[in-house]
Design a protein. Structure first.
Length: 301
């Protein structure tokens, strides 16, 4: 067997683009070049990767199973190249950081500022504001070196996770909201109002929905859906009758004079802060330094 990484990358390009013609146009290569690469790969493996007469758009069962291994192999090779390049340049390198937990902006900035001072040639690519689900996928596939999230560790198969803290959310409305005027608020009272909240796939949504279900209440109605939590949620509820769950870390950072925290212990849901890297990936010195500095800065918050 004489597999080459180039042929594997060409195979991945065809799968990602959805076909031979699309991949050729995107990669500025001839269809013949890509077709021959796929054929070599199939000959080396002794497997048919694409369905016959599909224009190389539909994977066979064998192709689907090989796809995961091919992605891991390509990502591992990319890791090795980055680590080697970093060592050769000594004080330089590239860090690709995903950042979904906006309440940790100060800790991320503290960690990065120290690293940039120590490594003047360091270059950083930030991915901000995507959902936890997309960030985890990007870490698994090797598109990101590290991600800072608030999610359940159980959602992060294929990732190495370091928990850096646990925050708790509070249900919040504007000052003067009808709920803020009640002497005692019950969970059922919230059913008349809509929410600004995270996507249904998120761990915090599942936790919120489970609380309502355990009290035999309908799922909260989300009027405004956001991929991740940010102080935008608080800005919006100040001008509406919407409800949100705000982390304590966020509430400490804003002027809360025009906000009202509802006294509902059932909705004091935990948010687990997690730093994720790809399981089994080579960890460069810069990546380790950023992770350690971030965890330390988070502990000081």
């Amino acid at each position: 067997m004489s597999l080459t990484l180039r042929d594997i990358d060409y195979f991945l390009a065809v799968v990602s683009a959805g076909g031979l013609a699309q991949a050729a146009a995107k990669a500025v290569l001839t269809q013949s070049t890509l077709s021959k690469a796929v054929q070599r790969l199939e000959n080396d493996l002794g497997l048919q990767l694409f369905e016959p007469n599909s224009g190389q758009t539909r994977l066979t069962t064998a192709g689907q199973r090989f796809l995961g291994a091919a992605r891991n192999l390509s990502a591992c090779y990319g890791d090795a190249i980055r680590v080697t390049s970093e060592m050769q340049r000594a004080r330089g390198g590239l860090l690709r950081i995903g950042f979904a937990d906006m309440t940790r902006a100060e800790a991320v900035a503290d960690a990065l500022s120290g690293l940039l001072r120590a490594h003047p040639k360091l270059r950083v690519r930030m991915r901000v504001g995507q959902s936890d689900r997309l960030m985890i996928q990007a870490v698994r596939s090797g598109e990101l070196d590290i991600a800072v999230l608030s999610t359940n560790v159980e959602d992060a198969n294929g990732c190495d996770c370091t928990v850096f803290g646990i925050d708790r959310c509070r249900p919040v409305v504007r000052a003067g909201h009808p709920l803020s005027l009640l002497a005692k608020v019950e969970l059922a009272d919230l059913q008349d109002y809509e929410w600004v909240f995270a996507a249904p796939q998120s761990s915090i949504w599942r936790a919120l929905n489970a609380v309502f279900a355990s009290h035999k209440l309908k799922s909260p109605r989300v009027a405004v859906q956001a991929e991740t939590y940010s102080n935008f949620h608080l800005t919006l509820i100040r001008a509406t009758d919407l409800i949100t769950l705000a982390p304590l870390a966020s509430l400490r950072q804003v002027d809360g004079a025009d906000l009202h925290v509802l006294d509902l212990p059932a909705l004091q849901l935990p948010r687990t802060g997690v730093v994720m890297t790809r399981a089994g990936a080579a960890k460069s010195p810069l990546l380790i330094a950023f992770k350690d500095a971030f965890v330390s800065a988070s502990a000081d918050d």
